[in-house]
Ligand binder design. Structure first.
Ligand SMILES: *[C@@H]1O[C@H](CO)[C@@H](O)[C@H](O)[C@H]1NC(C)=O
Ligand SMILES: *[C@@H]1O[C@H](CO)[C@@H](O)[C@H](O)[C@H]1NC(C)=O
Length: 439
């Protein structure tokens, strides 16, 4: 369900707590519209909006950007185990330029660091949070040890997602803590027959280790070392197109927490998510000031690329064709880092915003007035000017007791870009997607 679909996404709506108004989010590009991005803003983001800078980094869609080469080459897989003693390995999406050697994770929304864990938070009326790996995985064993959120309308997820919209999921609905949902998609084709449901003992109260073992010939989903499900590549062959409809392109690892049960969502979405979110009286809102997903550890073990891969180096993934199949992936030594958020894959050193007024550089920040000009001058300054830096004070709770029974002063929290300032276009789209799925 956490995916972009081939369906009309116009008029997606999200509660914007910053102005306490409802923002209309319009999709610019993608298969649902059959539209590529224009020359003035050539990169199509993960959620179907056009811009430069961060739009051309992780999630940039090669099929629906002006051409695939506007997407910046993506850093290749590095095996690692992440824990979170502090925020050092995490960078705000507002500041990330593509340098995976400095940070392992990109954060949208607000997080709290406690006891070596990262806690993704969703304060009142916010769009929640997403943690995305800076490096892409092209087959690997990925596991996350986490406690999900709980409560009606609250959705937690752990997925792999490629720029071609190949996707492998674990997902949790907050009103049923004894169930984990599994799913997969190929190139964003809206086939909803792949979902699986698995029994698991209280995903909120206890840590479990969820594992996606993604091999070139099969995917295995496991919980606490026990295999629950297996997808064989050969079972996905389409005789008509002579194509394996199997997740097969480099993917980011994404963990997220998002509101399915918003008043502004379609009834079907709200129903799927277990009802409306209680922003005021739910015990987690009362004690912490937010819903949360607690992530203790994320492990990524990279597998070797397929034997016949196009290999000209080892630093970056790009595509030789917009077809987006395994054989189209190229591993090279191309640069992955933009000089500024004015850049694109076609001009990585661009730093002159002349003529770019009004062009967006960070998906989801449009209504916060992220103009190209301010970004090029000083991203740090821009960050504070648009109110997106600093603490998750929106929750207004001051000292709060965390879900693990700890205390956390949110006012001093170093998290960047609280979700309420995110004006979350990405989540609006997800929510709209959810709405459409259920219809
Ligand atoms: C197989 O491929 C054809 C041609 O691309 C497509 O129309 C059809 O929907 C595919 N079948 C499945 C089950 O996806
Ligand atoms: C890249 O952008 C800069 C200005 O930001 C410009 O001076 C330079 O000519 C551009 N390079 C290319 C190849 O377009």
């Amino acid at each position: 369900m956490v995916r972009l679909l081939d369906a009309a996404l116009l008029g997606a709506v999200l509660l914007s707590s910053a102005v306490n108004a409802v923002d209309k989010i319009i999709q610019d590009c993608g298969s649902s519209l059959g539209a590529r991005c224009p020359e003035s803003k050539p990169c199509c983001s993960q959620y179907g909006q056009c811009g430069v800078g961060a739009f051309c980094l992780g999630g940039c869609d090669p099929k629906w950007s002006l051409t695939k080469d506007y997407c910046v080459p993506h850093p290749t897989c590095k095996s690692k185990v992440s824990r979170f003693p502090n925020d050092k390995s995490v960078i705000s999406k507002l500041k990330y330029l593509g340098d995976a050697s400095k940070h392992d994770w990109v954060l949208e929304g607000a997080a709290v660091y406690h006891d070596n864990q990262i806690i993704l938070t969703m304060p009142k009326n916010s769009a929640g949070a997403v943690l995305s790996s800076t490096e892409y995985v092209w087959y690997g064993k990925i596991s996350a040890t986490l406690r999900t959120s709980r409560g009606a309308g609250v959705v937690s997820s752990f997925i792999t997602m490629s720029d071609m919209k190949d996707e492998i999921d674990f997902e949790w609905i907050g009103d049923n803590l004894q169930k984990t949902e599994s799913n997969w998609y190929w190139q964003g084709v809206p086939d909803y027959t792949h979902g699986g449901k698995h029994e698991v003992k209280d995903t909120f109260a206890s840590f479990h280790t969820y594992e996606i073992d993604w091999q070139p010939e099969m995917v295995r989903w496991s919980i606490d070392g026990k295999e629950l499900r297996r997808l064989e590549k050969k079972s996905t062959y389409n005789e008509t197109s002579k194509t394996y409809q199997f997740p097969q392109t480099p993917s980011r690892v994404q963990l997220s927490l998002w509101p399915g049960g918003l008043e502004s969502n379609a009834e079907g979405t709200v129903k799927w998510a277990g009802g409306y979110i209680d922003w005021d009286n739910h015990v987690d809102m009362k004690t912490n000031g937010y819903y949360s997903v607690i992530v203790k550890e994320i492990s990524i073990e990279c597998y070797n690329p397929p034997a016949n891969a196009q290999k000209k180096g080892d630093k970056a993934y790009t595509y030789s064709s917009e077809r987006g199949l395994e054989a189209d992936v190229v591993i090279s030594n191309e640069q992955t880092v933009l000089k500024t958020l004015i850049g694109t894959g076609m001009n990585m050193t661009a730093d002159d915003a002349t003529g770019l007024e009004g062009v967006e550089t960070i998906p989801g920040l449009s209504s916060a007035g992220t103009g190209a000009t301010s970004v090029s001058k000083d991203r740090e300054e821009q960050t504070s000017n648009d109110g997106s830096s600093g603490s998750g004070s929106s929750s207004g709770t001051g000292r709060a007791v965390g879900p693990g029974g700890f205390s956390q002063n949110l006012e001093n929290d170093k998290s960047e870009a609280p979700a309420n300032k995110m004006q979350g276009s990405m989540f609006a789209i997800i929510i709209a997607v959810a709405a459409i799925i259920v219809i």
